[in-house]
Design a protein around this ligand. Structure first.
Ligand SMILES: NC(=O)C1=CN([C@@H]2O[C@H](COP(=O)(O)OP(=O)(O)OC[C@H]3O[C@@H](n4cnc5c(N)ncnc54)[C@H](O)[C@@H]3O)[C@@H](O)[C@H]2O)[C@H](O)CC1
Ligand SMILES: [K+]
Length: 467
């Protein structure tokens, strides 16, 4: 479980936010006291009287750990503490001095039912030393419940990369704001349940976790054309485009046209079909001014006809959602192609498609932001940690959606939902945020072992929850 609509900051942004608080006259010790209080509160809730072992590192994360240990001890808990070294001067040393209970060295530590990890937080600068990682993993595996302070020690704050964190951390108290470590990469599964604690640090950021969208009931004078017309283009595998078209219909569009080779092909009766054989046919169809959004790519194929369709869609001055084969066709030329667009574009690559289009360095967030800035498109970078980034620098992350989504066709459904949201006039991250929320919610409602087709019907209930 990860808090929705919550701010996400990097280590540097968090330090800047803390510095701003210090400038208002709040001391580092006071902030640390609040952090330790939040940790002690959650630890007490989960410990339910069981003995607690606190691990305290040398920095301020360790400082938080000393505070939590002191408060838990004062509240009658059986607390033992292990310090990995002398605390650094300042608030951490002050909190160390105020801890009067037993302190042992790491290698003498005995497992206890509840473990609190205060080894390292946003200051993690390199992989955990091997001996330390082994002891930490052993203590965590023998604990019934492990709680990490701020983030699991051994996860890189900004990339979520694994720097030696153990498995089996049950919960993490994120201090002040979420960090990428809670949401992406190895950090997603290693953080466990994430609890966001407000410790009075205002943060400014354009990055948030995906929240339930606020959708509107159609107005009294609405009709099919005012609610958004989506054109889905069929290709070599018509089933994929049909899934997108059905998802666009169920995802809130007023009118969906499936343009392709089979004017009498399968699909719901409400689905309008339009025969389009050549790129000239397609150009003529896309000239229809009623069209609000185009979805191209699911099952498109990668032959010459597919490429001609892609060029034609690119030339249409309409909002465009590109998925699947359209992304593979763009390949390394994606940025060059996309810079020629005059209307907004959304790309929905999974990791493989993203890597074929963009080089880039850094975390998944950095790479997605860089690709959005380079192309001018909003990018919905799919995965267990879906990162949405706009050219303006807005980021939305949805992590931990149903793992049953890892089945063929679910991406086609997402592209269709996004088409419907774009057709209703959404800009930048907003339609993408709504689409991933509805998609994840439909998956939750579909339960286990579903096929992509089964995501369509629950969309009605998911939308109802957003009205
Ligand atoms: N800044 C504040 O006032 C508050 C911060 N809070 C908590 O503090 C941590 C961040 O603290 P910081 O001191 O910057 O870093 P760490 O405690 O994470 O560790 C830094 C310390 O450890 C050394 N180090 C880094 N990586 C390793 C490693 N792999 N092996 C050994 N040593 C390592 C590094 O050189 C430093 O000396 C934040 O997460 C919060 O928990 C409070 O929440 C509020 C006040
Ligand atoms: K920690």
């Amino acid at each position: 479980m990860i808090p929705a609509g919550a701010p996400i900051v990097t280590a540097a942004q968090m330090r800047a936010a803390e510095d701003a608080v210090f400038r208002t006259g709040v001391s580092q010790a006071a902030l640390m006291e609040r952090a330790g209080e939040a940790v002690a509160r959650e630890a007490a809730r989960f410990a339910m009287g069981r003995p607690i072992l606190v691990l305290a590192g040398p920095g301020n994360n360790g400082g938080d750990a000393y505070v939590a240990a002191r408060l838990l001890h004062a509240n009658g808990h059986d607390v033992a503490l292990v310090a990995t070294g002398a605390p650094k001067p300042g608030a951490a040393a002050e909190m160390h001095a105020r801890w009067r209970g037993p302190t042992s060295s790491l290698y003498a530590a005995r497992p206890r039912p509840v473990l609190i990890d205060g080894l390292f937080g946003t200051g993690m600068a390199r992989p955990l030393e091997r001996g330390l990682a082994a002891v930490f993993a052993d203590l965590a595996s023998h604990a019934d419940f492990t709680l990490a302070i701020d983030l699991p020690s051994g996860i890189d704050t900004d990339s979520g990369d694994d720097l030696g964190a153990p498995r089996g951390i049950d919960a993490t108290v994120a201090l002040g704001a979420l960090k990428p470590a809670h949401l992406i990469g190895a950090g997603l599964e290693r953080s466990g349940h994430v609890i966001l604690a407000d410790i009075g640090i205002p943060v400014e950021t354009r990055s948030r976790t995906v929240a339930r969208p606020s959708l509107a009931t159609p107005g009294i004078h609405s009709h099919k054309y005012t609610r958004g017309l989506v054109a889905v283009i069929e290709g070599a595998m018509p089933g994929a485009a049909r899934l997108s078209a059905r998802a666009a219909m169920a995802g809130g569009a007023g009118y969906v046209v499936l343009a392709g080779g089979e004017p009498w092909g399968a699909g719901p009766d409400a689905l309008v079909r339009r025969e389009v054989g050549t790129s000239e046919d397609l150009a003529e169809f896309l000239g229809w001014d009623r069209i609000d959004a185009i979805v191209l790519g699911p099952g498109l194929g990668r032959d010459r006809r597919a490429e001609a369709f892609l060029r034609t869609a690119f030339a249409a001055p309409k909002p465009l959602v590109l998925d699947g084969d359209a992304l593979s066709l763009l390949g390394t030329g994606a940025a060059r192609w996309l810079q020629s667009r005059t209307a907004p574009t959304w790309l929905t690559p999974h990791a493989g498609e993203f890597d074929r289009m963009f080089a880039g360095q850094g975390s998944k967030i950095d790479r997605t932001l860089a690709a959005a800035a380079e192309t001018g498109a909003t990018i919905l970078h799919k995965g267990p940690d879906t990162v949405i980034a706009s050219p303006k620098g807005d980021v939305r992350i949805l992590s931990g959606a149903s793992p049953w989504l890892s089945t063929a066709g679910t991406g086609d459904v997402l592209a269709g939902i996004l088409g419907a949201q774009v057709a209703q006039g959404g800009k930048g991250v907003a339609p993408a945020e709504a689409a991933v929320w509805l998609h994840a919610r439909a998956a939750g409602l579909a339960g286990a072992a579903f096929i992509a087709d089964r995501l369509i019907d629950p969309l009605a209930e998911a939308i109802t929850e957003c009205l």
